[in-house]
Design a protein around this ligand. Structure first.
Ligand SMILES: Cc1cc2nc3c(=O)[nH]c(=O)nc-3n(C[C@H](O)[C@H](O)[C@H](O)COP(=O)(O)OP(=O)(O)OC[C@H]3O[C@@H](n4cnc5c(N)ncnc54)[C@H](O)[C@@H]3O)c2cc1C
Length: 461
């Protein structure tokens, strides 16, 4: 087979084509999940919409598989591909904020740290994720679970319009009025329909929040998880809570005896009147009492990056996600039992509280279908040692945990917590009706499944 000489192609392409000989190839081919070790034939670093069109046309002409890369945090590793083209959007970092209209537009290479730092000086924000290095691209297209969601909705609920390059290379402006089916699909359906080159968000007044965490020894996990359940039952929309089972960091705020020991945490974000928040969160400071308590007023971006240390790039990751309709006593006992079997200090279990504004959007209004779930669970297998032996240990932990939890879940899963788990799990992320509707949109825009390196909506069963 004739080798493609990538550097000779693409006249007029304003980005750069990086192949294995390039000094930056090794770093540019890496994604957040260190377990993904792929060698693309070429990385097309795009700076503009014409660059995206040119790179896509080239990949189609040469019949190579295209992987779309935004922030590269997708745990399944869909942002890279062996032997194909990585269409790298990460250099596309333009951000504009229209404070008067409470709108922000962002390029597909922007991370949450970058968008938050652009909107925060205006006292504005849109729902973003727990870890500030995550890209807005894959995050928004999958839904977007974050600290502001119970008050202001998912990130996708705040997407007001987008610009997209289709599989054929056409540029579409997409919103409720223009290409409404595609707009519906973009809000939860992932990167299946085209390459989004601009995200336009509705912003909300968010300046300082009351946020942080209370930490407890893992020996109290059952009691604390029941307390977490009780808190979530009464939480106003301004409050979003997360339960985490993890290992206490060796940080100054953690008492010496608990450092690097198994622990559980309740992480909170109050995005409303601070005095009212102090009143609502007062019991949290007293219950237990916590071994460490770092809940207080802080700028919103500080909360958005507070947990960054627990998710460094390059570690090995294997995740299992599921939605829970409720936290029964049996579910709590299962979480406690399996969390205690973590075999790496980097492993974690998260229970994200949903509800509020997320649940008030109709299930068929966007492609994010599981609106009524009470919690999104993420079993995070994370460990530093590469190699099959360590992987076997930690993936077995996550799988056994997941299987034990299955009777307590809805059967659905958040698409952005999915690994490479096969077509049935993708269907579970949407449910039959939403999946069928996504298939219709896919058939009309990408019948050849050019965009298939994702949680794939197959044009045909
Ligand atoms: C450390 C960490 C923390 C996380 N925290 C949260 C959280 O708090 N809440 C939450 O909801 N999720 C969270 N996630 C999951 C996150 O939403 C997904 O990993 C998401 O895919 C990240 O987007 P990205 O742009 O960084 O990913 P990438 O790996 O770059 O992209 C993933 C896929 O999305 C598609 N895609 C990306 N950009 C575009 C685009 N512009 N046009 C078309 N398709 C595109 C492509 O199919 C691509 O393969 C977290 C993930 C990690 C690793």
């Amino acid at each position: 087979m004739e080798t493609i000489r990538w550097s000779e192609w693409l006249p007029g392409f304003g980005g750069s084509l990086v192949t294995a000989e390039h000094p930056d190839y090794e770093s540019l081919r890496r994604v957040w999940n260190g377990m993904i070790d792929r060698r693309p034939a070429v990385i097309a670093r795009c700076r503009s919409v014409p660059d995206v069109q040119a790179a896509l046309a080239l990949a189609r002409k040469e019949k190579v598989v295209v992987a779309i890369r935004g922030g590269a945090h997708n745990v399944a590793g869909n942002a890279t591909v062996d032997g194909g083209m990585v269409l790298d959007l990460s250099p596309m970092k333009a951000i504009t904020v229209d404070a008067a209209r409470r709108r922000a537009s962002a390029g597909p290479g922007v991370t949450w740290a970058e968008l938050d730092s652009a909107t925060h000086p205006h006292g504005l924000a849109v729902t973003g994720g727990l870890i500030s290095s995550t890209g807005i691209g894959g995050f928004t297209l999958g839904g977007g679970i974050g600290w502001l969601m119970r008050k202001h909705g998912l990130t996708a609920d705040n997407l007001v319009s987008a610009e997209l390059v289709t599989a054929e290379g056409r540029v579409l402006q997409v919103d409720e009025g223009q290409h409404p089916d595609l707009f519906w699909a973009l809000r939860g359906g992932g990167g299946n329909f085209g390459i989004v080159t601009r995200f336009d968000y509705q912003l909300h007044p968010v300046q300082r929040v009351l946020g942080g965490l209370t930490l407890y020894p893992a020996s109290r996990a059952g009691v604390i998880l029941r307390y977490f359940r009780e808190l979530t039952e009464h939480a106003p929309d301004e409050l979003t809570l997360l339960f985490a089972a993890n290992t206490a960091p060796p940080a100054p705020f953690v008492p010496e005896p608990l450092r690097l020991k198994p622990a559980v945490a309740i992480v909170a974000c109050w995005s409303g009147d601070l005095a009212e928040g102090e009143r609502v969160l007062k019991p949290l400071h007293a219950f237990g009492p916590p071994a460490a308590d770092v809940v207080g007023p802080m700028p919103y971006p500080a909360l958005q990056s507070m947990l960054d240390g627990g998710a460094p790039p390059g570690l090995q990751n294997y995740w299992k996600g599921a939605y829970l309709g409720a936290l029964s006593d049996a579910a709590i006992d299962t979480v406690v039992e399996h969390a205690a079997r973590m075999r790496s200090p980097m492993c974690q279990v998260h229970l994200h509280q949903l509800g509020g504004a997320v649940a008030r959007v109709a299930e068929d209004a966007t492609a994010f279908a599981h609106r009524k779930a009470a919690f999104a669970m993420n079993i995070i297998g994370m460990w530093p040692e590469p190699g099959l032996a360590a992987a076997a240990t930690h993936t077995a932990w996550a799988r056994e945990f997941f299987e034990a939890m299955t009777p307590h879940t809805t059967g659905g899963v958040y698409v952005n917590f999915l690994g490479d788990e096969g077509p049935d799990r993708v269907k579970a992320a949407y449910g039959p009706r939403t999946y069928a509707r996504l298939q219709e949109v896919k058939r009309s825009l990408d019948p050849d499944n050019v965009f298939r390196l994702n949680q794939n909506i197959r044009p045909r069963d």
